[in-house]
Design a binder for this molecule. Structure first.
Ligand SMILES: [Zn+2]
Ligand SMILES: [Zn+2]
Length: 257
């Protein structure tokens, strides 16, 4: 019986290793196809950003400005974090690839409003690089959970940007992805056009987790973190369901305006 189980397990593992190898080769081949940079239209490869734009987009995040160590908001010299002061975070910390400003804002606009869902592959790569840049102490058994989109935004865009990101990010970081762990408990409205205060009021209670996650580390994946209130509401749900730690992995952090 044990032999049969081991046989099945080893064939499952070798099948997974085979699939991972095929994916790696596929990604490497895709990455060499000549293309134009989506931001400046200069020569690039694999439908990704050119080297100059890739550096410009992350320049402010990597520039060494003072930032909140928890939510990654860029801070005034010597000032505290207004978002964390307004609402004490229930999440452990946030990793953000770039600021939601300038080229970063343009890129997110193409991805979401422009419905360039194919950007998800290289955007997930940018987020992966930031996770590795901070010397990520994300535990090996961390579970990636995308923020569910409202029915209205899926109908409008045809996809959920957070879910697409998580789909590419999971194999990059060799982490599990369980989108079904979080659902919207009510449809609510879209938050795109809401201000910071309105978002903070709407976010709590919008989401609910579907299973116990005792002792787990959960990494919530989203495209933009504006005030932290959505992540906070979700973190509270996961903490109540037993999570040991809740992280936020987001593409872009909105500066305080
Ligand atoms: Zn470019
Ligand atoms: Zn903060």
């Amino acid at each position: 019986m044990a032999y049969t189980w081991l046989g099945r397990e080893s064939s499952r593992l070798s099948w997974q290793a085979g699939v991972a190898a095929v994916r790696r080769h596929y990604r490497a081949a895709l990455g060499k196809i000549p293309s134009n940079c989506p931001l400046c239209a200069d020569a690039a490869q694999g439908a990704e950003l050119c080297l100059a734009c890739a550096q410009d987009v992350v320049a402010s995040m990597r520039g060494g400005h003072p930032r909140c160590p928890v939510c990654r908001l860029q801070l005034d010299q010597g000032g505290g974090c207004p978002d964390c002061a307004r609402q004490a975070p229930d999440f452990h910390r946030v990793v953000a690839a770039f600021d939601y400003a300038g080229l970063g804002e343009l890129l997110i606009g193409q991805f979401k409003a422009g419905r360039h869902f194919s950007h998800a592959r290289f955007l997930a790569g940018m987020l992966e690089r930031e996770v590795r840049h901070i010397g990520s102490p994300l535990p090996r058994h961390t579970i990636l959970v995308p923020v569910p989109a409202s029915r209205a935004s899926i109908v409008q865009r045809g996809f959920n940007p957070a879910a697409e990101l998580a789909r590419y990010l999971a194999p990059c970081l060799a982490l599990r992805r369980r989108p079904g762990l979080l659902v919207r408990s009510q449809e609510g409205g879209r938050q795109t056009h809401l201000g910071r205060t309105q978002r903070a009021r709407q976010a709590p209670g919008l989401y609910r987790c579907t299973a116990r996650v005792d002792g787990a580390t959960i990494a919530v994946v989203d495209d933009v973190l504006t005030t932290g209130s959505t992540l906070n509401g979700i973190a509270r749900q996961f903490r109540a369901a037993g999570a040991a730690e809740v992280w936020g992995l987001v593409l872009a952090r909105t500066p305080y305006r």
